[in-house]
Design a protein around this ligand. Structure first.
Ligand code: XMP
Length: 517
């Protein structure tokens, strides 16, 4: 792989994605990895990420200087550029000058392969305090800006380069081209990493891991479990049994989508557990959000355990329990939890609808090297329909946490109808890609007066909560066109009984969370 050394900035994951977009497989490593550990991963290229503002700050992250003796093509970015300058004998000056945001850079040596095919003047994204004042001996200064005399340096002979700006962000005009030049021209790497190869490789691995064993998979209707299940099915066919727990807190058409569209496109063997009644009974009389979440989590486990007991390993004469479980863990989850090796137990934050640690399974995690957009690409390649692959996030506890107040069958019906209308209109208006998700919330304990036809009504409000986000950690409310809002409002108040008012949530996150509960 190309290794992206993470100096603790949120940019490292972005760099890894850009490298993959250029068709080269990449992985993240912490900056604390020794040169020997890095060498053991057989890197074909190394990229040093950005990080905190100053290499002089106490506790500033460092890198084993032996990394620069591995004779691997290396690109330093921002903080990584300064770490590289220092390690190779250049000078980093603590000038107190800061350069932040869009900046004009002049390429001084356009014969360097790093800037091949690029204009001499370009708009780049900067974010730094210190600067490199002298390039290391044997390195050419390749670019400068008004405030920074050494904005890039490099040596084609040593295949080492550095840039002060952030080529991985879209605000740097030719950033992706710089990354591609480094990978393809300086390091000589072919663009041969793509969804097709990933599928082939994962299919091999899954077969090697499970052999003739049976495998269970909990389908939630979400993208990750849908794609990981389809991938495992491609590898081991009917050794896999997918389990879908219908907890009754699903949106309109969701169960049918899984039972029909998903099965039709994958041929997977699916067991649906109808647990609607059990969930409703357990939720009766409960309106506290945390209590609802706990009950839903607990009931989910119970339902799953029931099927686990019923479905035994048919390959074994004595019908042993099934040992393997598919989980849709993604690369960011792995990185965020310390990048550990495969685990035997399920971790609580890797939730398959919240399966607990004492459910013993060996995990099959075919997506643990992938980012979300890559998972979607693989889903498409596997032939999953767009309604499944393009789905927006939906919480495990479902509509149960979108009814403010007690959850009842009646209220679920109302919310399902309103939600279906909102989704239909947003899709019709072509807004699905623009919004991250749009929870539709029923304020079940609130009533307001309205008028419809000749009569007074006393109904419930529905809240629309359209949000834009990159990762759900922060979000802003989406400025939906008024005509779309108006259509949604008209249709909901006309078509959904007991709803006489539609309101728009205009709160960002923070302070509001995306969901209301
Ligand atoms: P909040 O409401 O915390 O939501 O801003 C952030 C994102 O997480 C989703 N969400 C959940 N997803 N189980 C899940 O699988 C949950 O219990 C859960 N709660 C919230 C939410 O839809 C949003 O995308």
């Amino acid at each position: 792989p190309v290794l992206v050394v993470d100096f603790g900035a949120q940019y490292a994951q972005l760099i890894a994605r850009r490298v993959r977009e250029a068709g080269v497989y990449s992985e993240l490593v912490p900056h604390t990895a020794s040169a020997a550990e890095i060498a053991a991963k057989n890197p074909i290229g190394i990229i040093l990420s950005g990080g905190p503002s100053s290499v002089y700050e106490p506790g500033a992250p460092t890198l084993d200087p032996g990394v620069f003796d591995l004779n691997v093509p290396t690109l330093g970015i921002c903080y990584g550029f300064q770490v590289m300058a220092q390690a190779l004998g250049g000078v980093v000056a603590n000038t107190g000058l800061r350069e932040y945001g869009a900046t004009d850079a002049s390429i001084i040596r356009d014969e360097s392969v790093l800037f091949d095919g690029q204009p001499a003047e370009q708009n780049v994204w900067m974010s730094h305090g210190d600067q490199v004042s002298e390039a290391p001996a044997g390195f050419d200064v390749l670019a400068r800006t008004g405030a920074t005399p050494v904005a890039a340096f490099g040596s084609d002979a040593r295949r080492m380069y550095g840039v002060q700006w952030h080529p991985e962000v879209k605000h740097s005009d030719h950033g992706q081209r710089i990354i591609e030049n480094f990978l393809h021209k300086a390091a000589g790497l072919a663009a041969d990493w793509n969804s097709g190869n990933v599928i082939a490789e994962q299919v091999e691995r899954i077969r090697a891991q499970v052999g003739s064993g049976r495998v269970l998979s909990a389908l939630s209707g979400g993208v990750d479990s849908a794609v990981s299940t389809a991938l495992v099915h491609k590898a081991v066919g009917d050794q896999l049994i997918a389990v879908f727990v219908d907890h009754g807190l699903l949106r309109k058409g969701e169960r049918e989508q899984v039972e029909q569209d998903y099965v039709a496109s994958t041929g997977v063997r699916l067991v649906t557990v109808d647990a609607r009644h059990t969930f409703l009974e357990a939720l009766a009389g409960v309106s506290d959000p945390e209590e609802k979440r706990k009950i839903i989590g607990r009931e989910f486990i119970r339902a799953f355990e029931r099927v686990q007991r019923e479905l035994v390993d048919e390959a074994k004469a004595d019908g042993e329990p099934i040992r393997f479980l598919v989980q849709g863990t993604l690369y960011p989850d792995v990185v965020e939890s310390g990048g550990g090796a495969g685990t035997a137990n399920i971790k609580s934050h890797h939730n398959v609808g919240g399966l607990p640690e004492d459910l013993q399974f060996e995990l099959v995690e075919p997506l643990r090297t992938l980012f979300k957009d890559e998972v979607r690409a693989i889903g498409r390649e596997l032939g999953l329909p767009e309604v499944i692959v393009g789905r927006q996030p939906f919480p495990g506890p479902g509509l149960g946490i979108r009814i403010v107040g007690e959850v009842t069958a009646d209220r679920l019906e109302i919310l399902r109808d309103a939600d279906a209308i909102a989704r239909e209109e947003l899709t019709k208006a072509g807004l699905d890609a623009e919004i991250w998700q749009c929870p539709v919330v029923l304020l079940a304990d609130v009533r307001s007066v309205g008028v419809q036809g000749d009569g007074r009504t006393y109904g419930h409000p529905i809240v629309l909560r359209p949000v834009s986000s990159e990762d759900a950690m922060t979000a802003d409310w989406t400025r939906l066109p008024y005509d779309v809002l108006s259509r949604i409002s008209n249709r909901i108040t006309n078509e959904v009984r007991e709803v006489n008012r539609v309101v728009l949530d205009v709160t960002s996150k923070p302070p509001g969370t995306i969901e209301w509960e």
